[in-house]
Design a protein around this ligand. Structure first.
Ligand SMILES: [Mg+2]
Length: 120
């Protein structure tokens, strides 16, 4: 699998990658990282990802904007929003904009497994 993890927090990226890798149990994956929405969009355009994990609150370009641009570029993009901001308004906005799931930070291994099932 080729995966993009976009979050301005290095720690958050590291934690998510650890849980992802644990759930994948030694399968061959390639994981790229972005520190903000702009980097995420640029990387998305240059690569083919199976899934994108996207934070919402990021500098330069936030996750809401990045989600829109990614879906504009590829309407089949599989984007999972992972955020501490679980306001109802944010959730419905990202669903409207095409995110396939909205996960509260930090993501649990149970939730990660559900997501991996969903995107198979
Ligand atoms: Mg953030």
């Amino acid at each position: 699998m080729k995966v993009l993890v976009a979050d301005d927090s290095k720690m958050a990226r590291k934690m998510l990658i650890k849980i992802f890798s644990d759930c994948r149990e030694g399968q061959e994956d390639e994981i790229l990282q972005a520190q903000n929405g702009e980097e995420a969009v640029n990387l998305y355009k240059e690569n083919t990802f199976d899934v994108v994990f996207l934070d919402l609150t990021m500098p330069i370009m936030d996750g809401f904007h990045a989600l829109k641009l990614i879906k504009e570029f590829d309407s089949n993009a599989k984007v999972i929003v992972v955020s501490a901001d679980i306001q109802q308004g944010s959730m419905s906005q990202v669903r409207e904009d095409g995110a396939i799931d909205f996960v509260k930070k930090p993501i649990s291994d149970v939730k990660m497994k559900q997501i991996l099932e969903k995107i198979k």
